[in-house]
Design a protein around this ligand. Sequence first.
Ligand SMILES: C[S@@+](CC[C@H](N)C(=O)[O-])C[C@H]1O[C@@H](n2cnc3c(N)ncnc32)[C@H](O)[C@@H]1O
Length: 237
Amino acid sequence: MRFDIMTLFPELVDRVLGESIIGRAQASGAVTIKTWNIRDYSENKHRRVDDTPYGGGFGMLMAAPPIYNCYRAILDETPGDDIRRRVIYMSPKGKVLKQSIGARLASEYDQLIILCGHYEGVDCRIVDEIVDEEISIGDFVLTGGEIPACILTDCVARLCPGVLSDPECFDRESLTDGLLEYPQYTRPYEFHGVKVPDVLISGHHANIEKWRAEQALGETEKKRPDLLRGSNGEVKG
Ligand SMILES: C[S@@+](CC[C@H](N)C(=O)[O-])C[C@H]1O[C@@H](n2cnc3c(N)ncnc32)[C@H](O)[C@@H]1O
């Protein structure tokens, strides 16, 4: 899968996504991530990308032309009518990111083009013209879309084939099946007086599975009871 990230701060994004698992996934070719500096596409001699909002008001807005030129450059570099691409604007006005959204994007698209806003956001005409979907990372406002873009990219990329060594890693983890993951233990056997539950060292796989299923339900009831309830507040069957 390919990610093209339009930003005013490419170094910030490159630094975050160049490390650890996603960094290795790029090195192995499992995913391609390219950052594009919107400022390089400004037609202004001072490379200006922002301006004051019409009608007055606080702060500066990112202007539409440099973003559009940057977007066209991405399409020129990645031509093909058969590429399943999705243009996403990271925005506090978007749908809040969930594991299910990450899974949908990972399975339905070959290329995500991600726009990071900054300042007071972007001219709404660029959103109307090129954006397919707005995604928020939560009900709060950040200074820019770079950290949200890194979060979305990490969430989607780790679901792509070849990124994690064992796909089972995400089959059973929190939120994939609507529950939180069961509690996990590793060595030492006893830590500050707390021992590993007997069932986990019993070697009895059916009992371990049963214990984990019960624990996952208990963990969800305790920490995220909202996940067990439908949108009408009723407990799911
Ligand atoms: C200061 S915010 C702009 C907020 C905008 N004036 C509003 O009230 O909706 C600047 C940029 O940060 C990004 N951003 C801020 N909060 C975000 C969030 N919760 N999720 C995704 N992106 C966010 C967006 O790209 C946004 O254009």
